[in-house]
Structure formats: C-alpha cells, structure tokens
Design a protein around this ligand. Sequence first.
Ligand SMILES: C[S@@+](CC[C@H](N)C(=O)[O-])C[C@H]1O[C@@H](n2cnc3c(N)ncnc32)[C@H](O)[C@@H]1O
Length: 265
Amino acid sequence: MYSSFQLAKKYLHYYFTAANGKGHGVHSPFVFDFIAHVLNDKKKYDCYQAVEERRKQLLKEYTIIEVEDFGAGSSVIKTKQRVVKDIAASSLKSKKFGQLLFRMVQHYQPKTIIELGTSFGITTSYLAKGNGNAAVHTCEGSSAIAAIATQTFHLLKASNINLTTGDFSSTLRPLLSSISKVDFAFIDGNHRKASTLEYFEALLQHAHENTLLIFDDIHWSADMEAAWSAIQQHPAVTLTIDLFFIGIVSINPGVKARQHFSIRF
Ligand SMILES: C[S@@+](CC[C@H](N)C(=O)[O-])C[C@H]1O[C@@H](n2cnc3c(N)ncnc32)[C@H](O)[C@@H]1O
C-alpha cells in the first residue's frame, strides 16, 4: 500500500494529466456519452438521501464485531475485534463514487450485477437502487459484516440483492456458474494483483460485449497498479477509463482500436 504522501503525488499527477471531464477532444462515443450523461449528471436522485442516512448511522455505531481477516493471500483466517464505525469510516466507497455507480447502473441498465466486497452494503444498495429489475449478487467473506449488510438492505428496502458469504476464492466461481452471464461487476475486495487478476479472468468468461467491469483502488499500491496495467493490456480489453479511485473496463469486441482514457472526476 502506498503512503499518503505517495498517493497524494500520484493523485496530483492524475489530476493534471487527465482529460478535463467535459468531454472535449474525447474521440469515443461511449466515453463522450459516459461523461455527458453519467459522470456529470448532478441530479439529486431519491435514493441518495436514504443511503447516506444509513452510512451516517454506521459511522456512529460503537458495537464491536468479530471480523475474519483474509490475510495476505493465505487461506488461514484470523479474526479480530473491530468497531463498526471504524470499518464504516475506512472501508466504504465514498458518497461520490457510490452515487456514480448508481448512475452507471441507472444509465446502462445491467440485469445481472456482481459486487465482490459487500462490507455494510452501502455501495450494494446504490447498485440495487440503480435498477430495481436487476439481480445484484454481492459477496462478503466476514459473516459479522454480512449480517450488518443484511440489516442495511432491510432498512433501505433493497430487495433485489442476493448476498453470498465466504472467501471469494470459493464463492465466485460457483456463483458465476449459477448466473451464466454478468452485465456489470464491481470488484472491491482483496486488493492484490494475483487475486484481482484471478477475479478478472473468472468474470471475463461470463462477460459479453456490453459488460462493464469496475475495479476499485487501482492506484492504491504498486501491486494494484500492476494489476490495472495487466488488465489494460489484456487482449480482450478494448476500452478503459481511469478515474483514479476506480477503473472502468469494457471488452466490446466490436471496437477495433483499443483506447485508454484518464478522466478527471
Ligand atoms: C472495501 S470493503 C467493500 C466496500 C463496499 N463495496 C462499499 O463500497 O460499501 C471490502 C470487503 O471485502 C471483504 N473481503 C476482502 N477479501 C475477501 C475475500 N478474499 N473473500 C471474501 N471477502 C473479502 C472484506 O471483508 C471487506 O468487507
């Protein structure tokens, strides 16, 4: 993991080199439409307030839970005690990116969505609210965390969510076999190169020309930057968008020239 100083330097580099977020000079109809109708959509959608209220509750929750730690690539699971509010402060995707994911789902209307890393279900709820007709399959390793996510889904009346508990290494493939095709996936757990590429390859086998894969924290560590770079160079990948805190991947084979964008957001 990079230090705060290294990350700030990387962010500044991104900020000053990325396209300006207005779409000027962007020669990709997909990206132009994404900027105009998703990235820059400033409307306050109905669900925003309710999801953010739930985040606020979690940020004030002093309950201590026993959380499994999936260790550095090892299958040995240790548990440690964590305060709910501390997890809420450090693990959840921000309001800005949660709402961006909501708008992406609303705009592209995927029917089958996968999230790796549920945590307390904040981003899951945004994904579910984006398309009430979609099935959102979310995976979480820690059963204590998953129990709190279940409460989130009840509170927010998000009924189109199916939560699977267990290590991704044993839950992802059976889940993929049961759902066949994936339209949209958000990979937000286990930020290691080997694991990220393993999930990418597994998802790729169930993807189609309109599938969008979203990777979290692509600049978080040298390992994650290496994973992002390998994904960008993968022969199946035709378009990537780097928003610094997330990376968006399209594998549309109809697109002839591979394109990579970095857009300020
Ligand atoms: C960053 S949090 C997810 C945050 C959530 N997507 C959000 O924005 O609200 C990552 C979650 O993935 C889970 N996780 C990490 N590695 C895992 C693994 N190998 N198998 C299952 N769950 C894992 C952690 O327990 C943690 O709750």
